[in-house]
Write a protein that binds this ligand. Structure first.
Ligand code: ADP
Ligand code: MG
Length: 421
């Protein structure tokens, strides 16, 4: 069956209850339904999951979905099971299953009940699983978070490197779908090369977020006071403040509290109960501000975050983009304020010094881009988009005046002096 013979809108409504596709979803889905190797680059929240879920439900056989995080897989499986009376429609195959459970999963696949099989790359490399999957009908293979395949991505997983080889063993003509929110040309090249899909139809959404205002200020001894002033000027709005270390998170959260701002800390050193309590308080708007390490944010979908502050500059433009991207999801105001001092760059360099040389070199290159971004006098938006291999659309000009450099132009050397404080 090709996409011409299927009413995709009807299927979208039937399975997901949505009446419209988002962005490039429909084109992507057609490409997958028609059996092409496909590559999808969309920002976080763009709706990548549906791009493979809908074709999986429509097509004959089982789609294998590779994903690096067990928690994310579980969420997706629960969501898919919620739209069907058939429990076996989606399964996770991983090492936590006992023998009976594995048997059930395999039975459901053999009987054609399972449309989506989520696996971690480690489980897929197991010989018994490869043997089994070779002998059943596979519709396609989706590699979610495909940037994990690249050392230039922010989350390199060596196991991802074997995927191409394994797909080949499972079946010669299985279409491969790669999906990622990392848009740098280098990472994309790596993905296509490593998955062996240089012929893939590529769908790339714009990374421009016109409603976000980007601002970088020099970081001085008074950074805490600067943050307090900013938060007070934005009273009643919710925001996230990112710090590099757990210690700094605790200290800053306390400083804010002492100054009458309702804030809670969030970092991986807190016990699970406290973490989820603080996260809920933020989501339910019992507090205005969460002060957090990067542990906070994965899968958090609060639409009306009005500001994201970086107390410390992130280690890459990708991280900066991801973290600031949590502001203004609803299309409303989103102020992204980062404090920058070259000393922090040196600190980040020091953190890397224990790592293998190759990793250090990549880390250095990513950091130099951060320095260039922080010290630039051109439009921050243009810088970010250029970094992601995208040309700013001058015709629509969306968001063209939404950063400090455009609003208050200054000469490059002035900008440099200011940060040398
Ligand atoms: P990504 O993986 O690109 O970060 P997700 O697949 O997690 O994004 O989707 C983000 C959100 O968008 C989810 O809450 C999802 O239900 C929603 N979504 C996806 N497609 C549509 C659509 N066509 N209409 C409305 N909401 C959608
Ligand atoms: Mg996703």
């Amino acid at each position: 069956m090709t996409s011409q013979e299927i009413n995709l809108h009807e299927q979208l409504k039937k399975y997901f209850g949505f009446s419209q596709f988002k962005g490039l979803q429909e084109e992507v889905i057609k490409s997958i339904v028609n059996g092409h190797n496909t590559f999808v680059v969309m920002p976080t929240g763009g709706g990548k999951s549906l791009c493979y879920q809908l074709p999986a439900l429509i097509k004959e056989g089982t789609a294998i979905v590779v994903s690096p995080l067990i928690a994310l897989m579980k969420n997706q499986v629960d969501a898919i099971r919620g739209i069907s009376s058939e429990h076996g429609i989606a399964h996770v195959l991983n090492s936590s299953l006992n023998k009976t459970e594995v048997k059930q999963v395999k039975e459901d696949i053999t009987n054609g009940i399972t449309k989506l099989l989520y696996v971690a790359p480690e489980s897929l490399t197991k010989e018994e699983n490869v043997e089994f999957l070779r002998n059943v009908k596979i519709s396609f293979m989706a590699i979610d978070e495909a940037h994990c395949i690249s050392e230039w991505g922010h989350d390199f997983r060596p196991e991802y490197r074997n995927l191409r080889h394994i797909v080949k063993r499972i079946g010669d003509n299985i279409p491969i779908i790669g999906l990622t929110a990392t848009a740098t040309p280098k990472v994309q090249e790596d993905i296509l090369k490593n998955l062996g899909i240089s012929d893939a139809r590529t769908f790339k959404a714009s990374f421009n977020r016109p409603n976000l205002y980007y601002e970088i200020r020099p970081k001085t001894k008074n950074v805490d006071a600067d943050i307090i002033r900013f938060v007070k000027q934005n009273q009643g709005k919710t925001g996230i403040i990112y710090c590099l270390s757990r210690k700094r998170v605790e200290e800053l959260a306390q400083t804010l509290q002492v100054n009458g701002i309702s804030a809670v800390p969030y970092h991986a050193g807190l016990d699970a109960k406290t973490r989820s309590r603080h996260q809920d308080m933020f989501l339910m708007e019992d507090v205005d501000v969460v002060v957090a390490t990067i542990a906070f944010g994965m899968g958090i979908d609060k639409p009306d975050v009005r500001f994201v502050i970086h107390h410390d500059i992130p280690k890459s433009i990708e991280s900066y983009y991801q973290e600031t991207g949590r502001a203004g999801r609803d299309g409303g105001e989103g102020h992204c304020l980062a404090f920058y001092s070259y000393k922090d760059i040196e600190k980040l360099e020091k953190f890397m010094s224990g790592k293998p040389v190759a990793e250090q070199e990549i880390g250095q290159a990513l950091l130099q881009e951060v320095v260039a971004f922080a010290e630039t006098s051109i439009s921050r938006r243009k810088f970010i988009l250029h970094y992601f291999g995208e040309e700013f659309d001058e015709k629509t000009g969306e968001g063209s005046d939404m950063d400090d450099n455009v609003r208050n132009p200054k000469k490059q050397h002035e900008a440099m002096e200011e940060v040398e404080l």
